[in-house]
Design a protein around this ligand. Structure first.
Ligand SMILES: *Cc1c(COP(=O)(O)O)cnc(C)c1O
Length: 391
């Protein structure tokens, strides 16, 4: 009997959908910084940035207080300003398009690809206008977007290509680490993301001009001027920047966590492979399709429960799985149907595939610290619930 109907749940304790993995080395790294003279603007920020740049293989990495701040800075560096447009996916966290609103620019949502749930480059191309400045695909679930196609579009229409790689640090595209394909790529270091700094974000780039603007924006738009105008204390504020700095305490955690990134990704891939093997024979559910060009980092694993296949909707399936103590989640509500976006004039119906997808999608727990038994519990619970509700 389903737990939601009073039966025994598949597991006794609640399994969350994502969770960090902090070890003694991480703790030691943070404690060392706490005992050092500089808690912020010290050496660990640079060490962390260098480690991320080396991992990805870009010239530069700039750390920010969070991924949203990093996107804001990247859009600023690319020159996005009032009245400009940027094109992105509706199936993302609100931060991707909010960062454009911070600069009084207009987010334009193009529909997703039916198979990968990533922004569809053909749909994006149809929405390019004279006002378009940026293309911002999102590597949803950790699977890289179709970056060859986005690069061709960016070159053809002279746009800046910025990747929201919040899910995809450690993933690869055509055999290359994610982070090399776009003009700038953002990684998030929130605790559910591939590795963590508590809160944190990084932009990687090969472009020196962007690199300088990113640094300027991170710290109030202030430059130390070598011109000794009023005296040796002299500095100049030349842009309206923010205080978006990452403290050294957090950078020390990120530096240590980067050591484990490949191990974490390997474990995520093992769990994803277990799910895919188990669910391929389950009638009714749709598995996330993977492109040959992409090796996902499996930030999340999304199963789709098509409405026409089940006797109940996604909400009941969700509630039943939660009752089995499986911490399923939904990523994401199409951004433009959020009340704030509706107030700005966005309307339902804009991206039909994304809206249909939202009715049916569910995120299963996946994180490196999960045991094989945890994964087995998820599989058993999904099979149990599907068997109860399949038409
Ligand atoms: C987490 C996330 C962000 C924002 O990152 P924060 O570090 O939480 O500010 C942006 N885009 C996507 C797709 C995300 O998942």
């Amino acid at each position: 009997m389903l737990a939601v109907n009073g039966g025994k749940p598949v597991r006794g304790s609640f399994l969350s959908y994502g969770q960090q993995w902090i070890d003694e080395k991480d703790i030691e790294s943070v404690v060392n910084t706490l005992k050092s003279p500089l808690l912020t603007q010290g050496p660990m920020v640079h060490a962390f940035e260098q480690r991320v740049a080396d991992y990805v293989g870009t010239k530069y990495a700039v750390a920010f207080s969070n991924g949203t701040a990093a996107l804001h800075a990247a859009y600023f560096a690319a020159g996005l300003t009032a009245g400009d447009e940027m094109i992105t996916s509706p199936i993302t966290f609100v931060a991707t398009s909010n960062a454009a609103l911070y600069l009084q620019a207009k987010p334009i949502f193009a529909d997703i690809d039916a198979a990968t749930y990533n922004l569809d480059p053909n749909k994006a191309e149809l929405l390019i206008t004279d006002k378009t400045k940026l293309l911002v695909p999102v590597d949803f679930t950790g699977q890289p977007a179709d970056m060859d196609a986005f690069r061709r579009l960016a070159d053809k229409y002279n746009l800046t290509l910025i990747s929201d790689g919040a899910h995809s640090l450690g993933a690869s595209y055509n055999g290359q680490p994610v982070g090399r394909q776009a003009d700038m790529t953002m990684f998030s270091f929130h605790p559910v993301k591939p590795v963590t700094t508590g809160e944190g974000g990084v932009i990687v780039t090969d472009n020196e001009e962007y690199y300088e603007k990113l640094q300027l924006f991170r710290s109030h738009g202030i430059v130390k001027s070598s011109a000794d105008i009023d005296g040796p204390w002299y500095y100049e504020m030349v842009e309206l920047g923010m205080n978006y700095r990452l403290p050294d305490i957090q950078a020390a955690l990120g530096y240590s966590q980067m050591e484990k990134l490949d191990l974490f990704i390997q474990r995520r891939r093992e769990i994803a492979a277990k799910y895919t093997a188990a669910f391929s024979d389950v009638d009714g559910v749709l598995l996330p399709e993977q492109l040959n060009s992409a090796a996902s980092g499996w930030h999340i694993y999304v199963l789709r429960f098509p409405v026409e296949k089940f006797t109940v909707g996604r909400k009941q399936i969700f509630t039943a799985l939660r009752a089995e103590n499986i911490g399923v989640h939904v990523h994401y509500i199409p951004v433009y149907i959020q009340p704030y976006y509706e107030r700005l004039g966005y309307r339902r119906g804009l991206c039909p595939l994304a809206e249909k997808w939202y009715e049916e999608a569910m995120t299963l727990p996946i994180f490196p610290k999960m045991t094989d038994q945890d994964a087995e519990d998820v599989i058993r619970a999904v099979k149990k619930v599907v068997a109860a509700y399949l038409k």
